[in-house]
Every structure is written in structure tokens, then in C-alpha cells.
Design a protein around this ligand. Structure first.
Ligand code: BGC
Length: 431
């Protein structure tokens, strides 16, 4: 057969079998805006994509790079303003309520699936309240991250002559000094506002305890924000910053994680999505790396719940997007997905029945500790929403905190008392 006759044969075959008959027709498309773009994060979100596609829907990937999600939120806002929101977007905490108040989230799409799948009994009330608006689910919670972790490379610690993970700020500084003296980066870090404030909230928790943390970031109590404990927080923060990578400006969190994984640095302060990078590098928790609570915070758990919110769209029902949103939501809270996603992502499941039975699912030692602490701290004031990860305040207040903290860390002349005053003032005007 020459090439012309081969082409003719193909054309006539194609007319016998139109594309829709060869590839199964999609039941509907859902565009998902999220910021899971590092190697480990991508491995996790790909699990959701694959399942939604297996169920016959088309996944349009709306990934927006940028850890912590500020860039993704900017993109989402501009798309919403121009009348072109995606079907689903990663939104968290109080921000979900703000989006729902604009009328852009769909309060009906998840009604049946949440009832059929018994979400109310699967989820802690704190969690379901976050993703409900006026009694209706407008988002599906995906997982729970703990933010107040310290990640350690034990081989590096050994080379620097450090024999145990620090449990107090003094021990942390002593370990930092030894790491520096041995020629390592003591604390891998990325100089981006959300990363600076992740460290800041750790220090607040360590110095003030959970009650002080709540007064500062949940109650936004002016006396706490400007008082002597906050001055101490800024003093300690300055000291912590002296151990940070001097080349940190603009560095992404996953590159900082890579420095600890490769043995260039000894430690990183980051939520447990950092574990996704260790997992992607095939490293084993408890052997190749250690996860411990940030010094002085082992009785607290700053939580960060990833959620996927569903948007309204005038043709959603007709073109299958509503069905795709429902499928995605159902998959998300399914037992299999909860397990595989969190193992890849470094988080723990959001389902109560799984949290109290982590052994059964093969979770590693870091995840087991996280689940145990989550359940224990939920019974005290130890469980607190992460400010740096959009769980405690509005984005306006969070932005005001980010500015004060990042300016403070980067200004060699900055003074802790002035910083505390600035913090109070900035929050008052952002409220
Ligand atoms: C999100 C995580 C994400 C991390 C880094 C956090 O705010 O909750 O899911 O992995 O940012 O991008």
C-alpha cells in the first residue's frame, strides 16, 4: 500500500468510526484551579485527576504555581470578576464563607452527594462548619495538614555532632550553631511572605502557647498583638532568622526542602506538605528524616485543611459540569482516595473514622503522630487554625500580618517593640 492509499484507507476508517465512538465520550468537564505544583504535590493531585477521568469526566487542569496559594487566589479573583470562574477551586478557611457570600459558590451541587455519603457523620464539626455556608456544603474538605513541624536530616545532624532533635528554642539555637560551624545551612528557608509567616506563627505558638496564639490570630486581641509576649516573639524570630539560608530571597518551599533532603541543610520549618517532597524522593520517615513539633509546641497542632469549592455556572447542569463536580466530591471523601492522596501529600485524612485507625491504612510515623496529636489536641485548646495558611483570619488581615513580618525579618535595623506596635496597627486597619 503506498502512502496515498494508506491515507485514503485511514480516512474511510475514520468516517466509519467517528472519534466519539473510538474514545469514550466525556460525561462532562470540570476545571480545577489549585496550587499543587511541586513534585510531591503533583503526585498527590494526579490521583484525583486519574479517578475523575476513570469515572468518565474530563479534568481541565487549572494549576497555578506558587506555594501557599497567593498567586492562585489572585488568578481566581480576576477570573471571577471577569465572569469566568472554574468549576472547582482550592479555597480554604474563612475565605470559603467570603466567596459564598458573593453568591458565586454553588449551594445546591453537593446537597445529594453529601447526604448519600453521610459527610456530617464522617467529619468533625469544626471541619464541616468551615466548608458549609448557611447549612449547605459549598466545598469538599480534602485533607488535614499540620503546620508546626520541624523537618530534620539526621545524617546532617550527626555530621554536625548533634545527637537529638531540639525540643526548646535554646536547643534549637544550639543545634543551629553546630550546623553552621560544620559548614551546613542550619535552616533551609524560602524568603517569601507566607513562608516567613509560617515561621512567625510557630514562634508565637512556642512563646505564647495555644491560648496566646488564639488571642493573637483568632480573636485579634490588640493587647496580645502589641504586648510584651509579642515583643518576645519578635525578638526570638530575629534570632531564628539568623539561622536561615542567606540565599533565601524568593526561594520556593520545595527547593528549601530539597536542600535538607540532599544534605546541604540540617532543618526546615514547614507544614507537612514538605513530607511530599521526601516521599517523592523515596525517603523513609523516622529513618532518612525526622519530623518533630516546632520546639515548645508539642502540645499544639496548627491545622490547615485543604478544600475544593464548587462554583456556579449557568450551563453547569446541561454540559455535565455539575455531575463532574459531584463525582470529584464523592471521590475526594472516599476511603481509598483519602489514603492514597494523604500518603503522597504528607497530610492526614479528614475522615474521623480513618484518623482513629491510621495503622490499618499503612501511614508512616509522621502521619501517625499527626493523627494522634490532632485527636488529642481537639479535646483541649491545642488545636488551632493556621494563620499563615488562611485558616484563622480573612485574607486582608493575613496580608497585613505578612507585610509586618516579612519587613521585620528583612530589615537589619528592625526593632521588636516597634514591630509589635506595627502589627497591632496593621491588623486594626485591615479588620
Ligand atoms: C496548602 C498545601 C500546599 C502548600 C504549599 C498550603 O497552603 O494548604 O496544600 O501544599 O500550601 O503550596
Amino acid at each position: 500500500m503506498n502512502s496515498i492509499t494508506r491515507l485514503a484507507a485511514l480516512i474511510s476508517l475514520a468516517s466509519l468510526f467517528p472519534l466519539s465512538a473510538i474514545a469514550a465520550e466525556s460525561k462532562g468537564t470540570v476545571e480545577v484551579v489549585h496550587w499543587w505544583t511541586s513534585g510531591g504535590e503533583k503526585a498527590a493531585v494526579d490521583v484525583l485527576k486519574a479517578q475523575v477521568e476513570k469515572d468518565g469526566f474530563t479534568w481541565k487542569d487549572g494549576a497555578v504555581a506558587g506555594g501557599g496559594g497567593s498567586t492562585a487566589m489572585t488568578v481566581l479573583k480576576s477570573r471571577a470578576v471577569s465572569g469566568n470562574p472554574p468549576g472547582v477551586a482550592q479555597i480554604k478557611g474563612p475565605d470559603i464563607q467570603e466567596w459564598a457570600q458573593t453568591g458565586l459558590l454553588d449551594t445546591g451541587a453537593l446537597k445529594d452527594v453529601s447526604k448519600e455519603e453521610k459527610w456530617d457523620s464522617l467529619l468533625d464539626k469544626k471541619v464541616s462548619d468551615t466548608v458549609k455556608y448557611e447549612g449547605n456544603y459549598v466545598a469538599v474538605p480534602v485533607n488535614i495538614h499540620r503546620v508546626n513541624w520541624l523537618w530534620i536530616n539526621p545524617q546532617v545532624f550527626k555530621k554536625a555532632g548533634i545527637d537529638k532533635a531540639p525540643t526548646t528554642l535554646e536547643e534549637f539555637y544550639a543545634a543551629g550553631d553546630k550546623l553552621k560551624a560544620a559548614g551546613f545551612i542550619a535552616l533551609a528557608h524560602g524568603g517569601q511572605p507566607w513562608q516567613d509567616s509560617t515561621v512567625f506563627e510557630d514562634v508565637v505558638l512556642s512563646v505564647m502557647g495555644s491560648d496566646g496564639y488564639k488571642k493573637a490570630f483568632v480573636d485579634l486581641d490588640d493587647k496580645t498583638l502589641t504586648g510584651s509576649d509579642m515583643v518576645k516573639v519578635f525578638t526570638e524570630l530575629k534570632k531564628v532568622a539568623t539561622y536561615m539560608d542567606p540565599n533565601r530571597a524568593g526561594r520556593d518551599w520545595n527547593l528549601a526542602a530539597a536542600d535538607v533532603i540532599s544534605g546541604k541543610a540540617g532543618m526546615q520549618l514547614m507544614g507537612d506538605w514538605a513530607k511530599s517532597e521526601w516521599t517523592a524522593a523515596k525517603k523513609i520517615a523516622g529513618k532518612d528524616y525526622q519530623c518533630v513539633a516546632f520546639p515548645g509546641t508539642d502540645r499544639s497542632f496548627t491545622y490547615n485543611i485543604d478544600s475544593l469549592a464548587v462554583f456556579k455556572g449557568k450551563d453547569n447542569a446541561k454540559n455535565g459540569t455539575t455531575a463532574a463536580q459531584q463525582d470529584l466530591a464523592k471521590v475526594t471523601l472516599g476511603e481509598d482516595f483519602q489514603k492514597v492522596f494523604s500518603i503522597n501529600k504528607g497530610s492526614i485524612p479528614v475522615r474521623n473514622d480513618m484518623l482513629s485507625n491510621m495503622d490499618k491504612y499503612g501511614f508512616d510515623s509522621c502521619a501517625q503522630t499527626a493523627a494522634k496529636d490532632f485527636l488529642a489536641d481537639a479535646k483541649t485548646t491545642g488545636l488551632q487554625p493556621s494563620m499563615a495558611h488562611n485558616m484563622a483570619t480573612t485574607l486582608a488581615v493575613q496580608g497585613a500580618i505578612f507585610d509586618v513580618v516579612t519587613n521585620y525579618i528583612n530589615d537589619p535595623k528592625a526593632d521588636p517593640e516597634t514591630a509589635a506596635k506595627q502589627l497591632g496597627k496593621a491588623i486594626t486597619s485591615a479588620k
